[in-house]
Each structure stands twice: as C-alpha cells, then as structure tokens.
Design a protein around this ligand. Structure first.
Ligand SMILES: Cc1ncc(COP(=O)(O)O)c(C=O)c1O
Length: 459
C-alpha cells in the first residue's frame, strides 16, 4: 500500500513520528514479513496464518503509540480493535511504560516469600475504585484465569456445584471458563466439559428464575456481552439477576473483563445500573496494554471462604511486580485522563455516525449497537466482512469481528482516540461498506470456504 492510500483515507500523519526500522531489525522489512508469515505457517498454525493473511493482507506489526500502530513497512493504522479491547490507554502509554521500566530495574519477579508492595498497592486501589463493598482481590494473569478463580470461590463459599451462564457468553477458553461460555463451536471438541452448568438465554428473566435452584453456586454474566456480538442487557435485567441470586442464596458474578475500566462510560458497567456483584472479574485493560494481568475482586463476606484456606488458590506469576506496577499506573492514567467520560462522549458520536452508514447501506448492515466505545456493527451476512476488513486495513484502520458472533464487526479503539480520528475511521468504514455492497453475492460463498478452513464456521 502506498502512503497515498493512508492520505486518501484522511488519516492525519501526526502522533507517531515515522521512524526507520533499520537499526531495530537486521533484516529488510520484506524479509521480516516473509520470515514471520513462514514461521506462522510452519510453527504456529497454517490455518491461522491463512486467516490472518486474508484479514491483515500479510502485514506485520512493529510499533505503536496512542491509537496508532505501525507495520514493518512503516505504514500507520488507527487501531480500532486494540488487542480485543485491552489497550484502553493507547499503545505504549508513557506513564505505564515508565512504571514498568522502573520496576524492571528494581525487581521484575517476586520471591513469593517476602511481601510484594506493588501487589498490595494494586489490591488496595482495586478496593477503592470498585463499587460497594468489593474489597479483596486475587491477581492472576488473564481473563480466563480470573473466571476460573471466581468460579472456584463461588463453589467454595456456597458449598454448591451448579453454575448458570448465558447463551452467547464468552469467558475464555480454559476448560472451566469454556464450560460456561456460550458458543458450541469452541466447546464441542472438548466435551465432556465441567458438569453441573446450565445455559439460559441472555436477558430472559423468566428463564433465569427457572434455572436458579438451591444447588446454584453462582450466576455468571457479562453486563454487556462483548464477544457475543456486543449485546446490551435489557433494562432491569441485572437488578432481576441480583434479586434471583439473593433469593436462592447463590452468588452473582459479573465478568467485566471487556467492559471494565471505562470502556462503556463508567469505570465499571455495573455502576450504571447501581448493582454490586458478589464477585467482579477483571482483566484486559487493567494491564494498560503493557502487561498481561487479570483479577477477581469479592466482598469480605464471600472472601471468608478463602480466609480459611489462604493457599487453596495460588499462581506463580499472578501478582508479579511488573504487572501490578503496570495496573496501578493504568488505573491512575484512566482516572487522570478521565477516559470513562471520553468513552461516553465519543461513543455517542461514533454510534450515530455508524447508524447513518447503516441507513445508507441496509443491504450490508443489519444493526448498530453499543455503549461508550464498545460498539458492534451487525452485518446482514458474515461473508461481507471478508471485503470490509481487508479494505479497512488497506486504508489504515484495524478492526475485527466478535469471537462468538462473526457477523458482528466490533469497534473498540483505545479510549484516547479523538473525535477527528473517529471521523477518519467512519470515512474508511463507509468506503469499505460501499465496496462490499458492490460485491454482494459473490462474497458469501468465498467467505464460507475460508471460514471452513479456519474452523470459524459451524459445519
Ligand atoms: C468477557 C470476557 N471474559 C473473559 C475473557 C477471557 O480473557 P482472556 O482472553 O484474557 O483469557 C474475555 C476475552 O475476550 C472476555 O471478553
């Protein structure tokens, strides 16, 4: 792609200084691309390599700053996927990088015998910023791991076995988290998974009332389903879920791995409904796009179960000083830069512009929905994405579909994105949708074949 393509898309050439990659890599940029793609094919997964080639046009990422990512050829892109919503503060935020660099020089890893100050600082901060009486934290390394811990705590506390979860839910791909996720494509090959789990339709109060029994340890739900296709919970649903749990003596677990830390307009989505869960699951943005980290936070009442057995749930790398320093710096950045407010204000503009495109191209776009900067655009056919994504990348914007609903394109950029950058994304997206509109019909069958190869389509 020529620089012209980026300029045509109206992408400003500020923010990231174009830098030569010579010096960073001994190979030419063309060699780097060939080498990396070959290694993906030969040593990671040939089908994944094919899928990524189709969507990325074979580009290799090199560096990033703020909303921008630069590839090994020095071309810049606005990142509207942001590592599945994990890079909320923007790429390489200087304050988060500085905190990690400082810790790196001091003590990158914990002895696990001495007290770890960064872990203590982070746990205190989480108690301060999470709603209600959520107070005790366990820090781990990912979202799925945090879900696993939350499920264990719920079982331990209630001495019950059943978990109720939602259709379309996504909680990660470890065995436990997968057992309570809602897409059969990812679950089927690994069955039997965890026993004593019950799936109910998301948003259906009656079904939830029936599913929760005296054996229910917990109801697990995302206040907004991210990977399910950006599905907002109907008004009153979270309150009803809490009442149903309280009545049955079950715990309410909110998975805010994707919605947490400002993405939907408040620090946590549950605050908009005034509901405090018994356990809150966090990850993604907590690491500031610099370190991997996850956490589950619970009330003192529930944490009593762990107090009796402090070594029942442990992790070698969980709570490591680097990740905790990154998380503390991240939370400070989110508060100082008022990122939740930005998400709320800019999300409204983004959604209304996307809605205008939907009205112009109803044959391609079925619906636009979202809150803050967690936005989903549902296509009429999954195959249309096959034109839209590569065309957007060609014009300097990165986006992707949601994992449990590939018909939905998600826009979840860093919350530091500006209004001007959103308008550039809109321009690029409209161009790509127009192109898909011209190619309708031919696309669906090609997309199906590629989807089959990559294992995305249920056969
Ligand atoms: C709501 C939710 N929970 C859990 C996870 C799993 O997180 P991880 O990929 O860090 O294991 C995700 C990942 O997308 C998620 O969106």
């Amino acid at each position: 792609m020529s620089d012209g393509a980026i300029r045509n898309a109206g992408i400003a050439e500020n923010q990231v200084e174009p830098r030569s990659l010579r010096g960073s890599f001994p190979l030419s940029s063309q060699d780097i691309v060939e080498d990396t793609l070959t290694n993906y094919r030969r040593f990671i997964n040939p089908s994944l390599a094919l899928l990524m080639r189709v969507f990325s046009g074979g580009r290799v990422e090199a560096r990033g700053q703020g909303v921008y990512v630069e590839d090994t050829e020095g071309r810049r892109y606005i990142d509207c996927l942001a590592g599945f919503g994990s890079i909320s503060c923007g790429h390489a935020h200087p304050k988060i990088v500085a905190a990690v660099m400082e810790q790196l020089q001091l003590l990158p890893a914990s002895t696990k015998v001495f007290f770890n100050k960064p872990l203590a600082d982070l746990s205190k901060l989480l108690a301060e910023i999470t709603p209600g009486d959520l107070q005790y934290s366990f820090i781990c390394n990912s979202g799925a791991e945090a879900v696993e811990g939350a499920l264990k705590l719920a079982k331990l506390f209630t001495k019950r076995t059943e978990i109720v979860f939602m259709e379309g839910a996504f909680h990660g791909k470890t065995l436990g988290a997968l057992s309570v996720s809602g897409r059969n494509l990812y679950k089927q090959p690994f069955k039997p998974l965890l026993p004593h789990v019950r799936q109910v339709p998301f948003g259906d109060i009656e079904a939830l009332t029936t599913a929760v029994t005296p054996n229910t340890a917990a109801v697990l739900l995302e206040p907004i389903q991210g990977e399910g296709g950006v599905n907002l919970s109907p008004e009153g649903y979270l309150q009803a879920a809490q009442a149903i749990c309280q009545e049955a003596g079950a715990l309410l677990i909110f998975d805010e791995v994707q919605t947490g830390f400002g993405r939907t307009g408040t620090l946590f989505e549950c605050q908009q409904e005034g509901i405090v869960p018994d356990i809150l699951v966090l990850a993604k943005a907590l690491g500031g796009g610099v370190m991997p980290i996850g956490a589950f936070v619970a009330t003192p009442r529930v944490w009593k179960a762990f107090k009796r057995h402090p070594l029942l749930h442990t992790s070698t790398f969980g709570g490591n000083p680097l990740a905790c320093r990154a998380a503390v710096a991240t939370i400070r950045v989110i508060l100082e830069e008022k990122l939740p407010d930005r998400a709320q204000k800019l999300g409204k503009i983004f959604i209304s512009e996307l809605e205008a495109i939907r009205r112009r191209f109803p044959r391609i776009i079925a619906a636009v929905r979202g809150k803050g900067l967690l936005i989903g655009v549902e296509l009429q056919k999954e195959g249309y994405g096959l034109t839209i994504f590569p065309e957007m990348v060609r014009r300097g914007v990165i986006a992707a579909f949601t994992l449990n609903n590939p018909k939905v394109i998600r826009f979840e950029p860093p919350l530091v994105i500006t209004e001007d950058q959103i308008r550039q994304v809109i321009q690029v997206f409209e161009h790509a949708v127009k192109k898909a509109d011209g190619l309708r019909g031919r696309l669906a069958s090609v997309a199906f074949k590629i989807g089959q190869i990559a294992g995305l389509v249920e056969l």
